[in-house]
Design a protein around this ligand. Structure first.
Ligand SMILES: NC(=O)c1ccc[n+]([C@@H]2O[C@H](COP(=O)([O-])OP(=O)(O)OC[C@H]3O[C@@H](n4cnc5c(N)ncnc54)[C@H](OP(=O)(O)O)[C@@H]3O)[C@@H](O)[C@H]2O)c1
Length: 336
């Protein structure tokens, strides 16, 4: 399969490493040989119609743009590469922008319009224009996969859409943001105040320098919007989600909860007629009472009743599990 990677940050590099490490496994198990023919970052692109040497490219990209690879080009090259290179699949792995979905939105549309299947982890375009992209994919006859956009490594969307397909999903709720879960877990287990845990989380690289989207619940609201669209079939927008963050949670509230055998979690809930994100009391031992940076998602279903899955919601290697799974799935769909 001929592949274009747009965005070569944590995930792009992580995925390239997995392509190298799992080359034999993919070929032997699925007959899948990923030929990465182009990689673009914000500063340039590397291209080779015969397939880039990913180990070399990863070395180059340790310090420089991918444009420094032999024959690479400088400048904003993503659209040019998507249009000009012959490829089966475009991975869109650029930063999430929830205002207008760009640059990912335009990248995805251009890929579909030029007949390429799309795999993305980028929440921006999905939150801004899920319906438009979903119908464009159908119109263009291409596959569109976004497993990594919610839950990182946890197969939330595929579990719901495939294995639970015979059920009516009454509600999906979950702990969907690792940063806030880490903060709340440490506040609960160690009694440390919010500001101190946040600062330490930033020092450890668990929280972003600007953690606003996480702690105000916006990141979780994005994921709830994507789940509402993709598995509940609701034409939901981010502004339809009622959001409360965790920035006002006091050590005292956490202590009182603890004394009552409960912990406080930032929980997103999607059901028909109501989309919400906010701090919720969760009893210790409840499936959503996961610790540290873990995520958990619980489905309420008419037949299976309740199913909860737990796992790592972020990280380059963990999220590659979903990004690679989407590729294998497209390969199988196309009869590979
Ligand atoms: N990291 C995770 O664990 C995780 C998990 C799930 C979902 N996600 C989502 O997946 C996406 C990628 O995450 P990440 O952690 O890999 O982000 P990242 O490390 O910030 O990397 C983003 C990459 O996109 C490139 N880029 C930015 N604008 C571009 C443009 N106009 N054209 C081409 N490339 C452009 C950047 O180029 P430069 O290198 O030149 O700056 C960089 O290589 C984000 O939307 C994120 O929210 C991440």
């Amino acid at each position: 399969m001929r592949i274009i990677l747009i965005g070569f940050g944590n995930l792009g590099k992580g995925l390239a490493r997995i392509f190298v490490d799992k080359a034999d496994f993919l070929r032997k198990t699925y007959g899948l040989v990923p030929h990465v023919v182009a990689v673009a970052d914000e500063r340039g692109a590397a291209m080779d119609e015969n397939g880039l040497n990913l180990s070399k490219l990863l070395k180059v990209a340790e310090k420089k743009s991918v444009a420094a690879y032999e024959g690479g080009k400088r400048g904003k090259m993503a659209l040019e590469v998507i249009e000009d290179m012959e490829a089966d699949v475009v991975y869109e792995l650029t930063p999430t922008n929830i205002k207008n979905g760009e640059p990912g939105f335009t990248h995805i549309k251009r890929a579909m319009l030029t007949g390429k299947h799309v795999i993305t982890s980028n929440k921006g375009p999905l939150v801004v224009a899920f319906g438009e992209l979903d119908s464009l994919a159908r119109k263009c006859g291409v596959e569109f996969r976004y497993s990594a956009s919610v839950g990182g490594a946890i197969p939330v969307i595929n579990l719901a859409r495939r294995l639970l397909a015979g059920n009516e999903i009454r509600e999906v709720c979950g702990v969907l943001n690792g940063t806030t879960n880490y903060i709340l877990t440490r506040m609960s287990t160690e009694g440390v105040p919010f500001e101190i845990v946040l600062r330490e989380a930033q020092e450890l690289g668990i929280a972003e320098k600007d953690p606003t989207l996480d702690i105000r619940g916006i990141d979780t609201a994005c994921k709830i919007t994507i789940l509402a669209n993709s598995i509940l079939g609701i034409d939901a927008k981010l502004e339809h989600v009622k959001v409360t963050g965790i920035d006002r949670i006091s050590s005292e509230a956490i202590r009182l909860a603890r004394e009552a055998g409960q912990t406080i979690k930032l929980v997103g809930v999607a059901r028909r007629g109501s989309l919400e994100v906010g701090p919720r009391l969760v009893p210790f031992g409840h499936p959503l009472a996961v610790g540290g940076t873990l995520n958990a998602v619980k489905f309420e279903l008419d037949l299976a009743r309740e199913i909860t899955i737990t796992g790592f919601g972020a990280g380059p290697q963990e999220t590659s599990s979903s990004l690679l799974g989407d590729l294998i799935d497209i390969h199988r769909t196309l009869g590979g």
